[in-house]
Design a protein around this ligand. Structure first.
Ligand code: ADP
Ligand code: MG
Length: 240
């Protein structure tokens, strides 16, 4: 589904991504771990061109994202993204947060968009919140709305950048549960997280990033119980 070759990205003199290669298969759940500042967010943002790489190839469903002829907006619709800080529209109801893009971008009818939105809110356990505003929700509820909103565009892949890092500890579980059931439904997912228990349980593959490169990757079993790279060993010794 996604084929990344030799991605480089610099901000001024600071080379943040130093040649990343990664293939993500349809239905695969890839969890990206690594120390702060190692380029995880930049990498995820490159996948949907929120950041433009300086060099490299990103193919999504067979199309080269960096080819000027590619309709990047169309491809972006197929990539849902969930951020640490929710980014909900504060002046729209929960329901409107879910329907606005399907109506405006995909030209769905209000009735069709609302029907889908209510199904998705039900799926994340928040159907009764449809008519409320985001500021009346807890952090965990906001993030579940953000996930439902991304799903409302019917994406082929979901990208998550530390979706539970801004949450109070007691709300982390409800968001991880939604992500877990999404993974079980067969969604292709790339997830940056510090939740190692979740990574162990849900990931098909764990990627350890440090200093702008993938230092090591493998199954959760390989990475968490017998990491080969000393950098991975050192990182895990601090977080586990
Ligand atoms: P991580 O998500 O692993 O913590 P980031 O991808 O956010 O790492 O950041 C990696 C490096 O890139 C950091 O040194 C950060 O300061 C730098 N960086 C990220 N975004 C920008 C930006 N828009 N402008 C300048 N530097 C940036
Ligand atoms: Mg980050």
């Amino acid at each position: 589904m996604i084929n990344i070759q030799n991605i480089h990205k610099s901000f001024g003199q600071n080379e943040v991504l130093k040649g990343i290669d990664l293939t993500i298969e349809k239905g695969e759940v890839v969890v990206i771990i690594g120390p702060s500042g190692s380029g995880k967010s930049t990498f995820l943002r490159c996948l949907n061109l929120l950041e433009e790489p300086n060099e490299g190839v990103i193919e999504f469903e067979g199309k080269n994202l960096l080819d000027p002829k590619t309709d990047i907006n169309l491809l972006r619709q197929k990539m849902g993204m969930v951020f640490q800080n929710f980014n909900l529209f504060p002046h729209k109801t929960v329901l409107e947060n879910l329907t606005i893009s399907p109506i405006q971008v995909k030209k769905e009818t209000s009735a069709a968009a609302e029907k889908t939105a209510l199904e998705l809110l039900d799926r994340v356990g928040l159907k009764e919140k449809a008519q409320t505003y985001p500021n009346s929700l807890s952090g965990g509820q906001k993030q579940r709305v953000a996930i439902a909103r991304a799903l409302a565009m019917n994406p082929d892949v979901m990208l998550f950048d530390e979706p539970t890092s801004a949450l109070d500890p007691e709300m982390v579980g409800e968001v991880l549960d939604v992500m877990k059931s999404l993974a079980e439904s067969g969604m292709t997912m790339a997830i940056v997280t510090h939740e190692m228990g979740f990574a162990k349980e849900v990931a098909d593959r764990v990627i350890f990033m440090d200093q702008g490169v993938i230092q090591e990757q493998g199954t959760p079993e390989e990475i968490f119980t017998q990491p080969k790279n000393p950098r991975t060993q050192n990182f895990l010794s601090k977080v586990l």
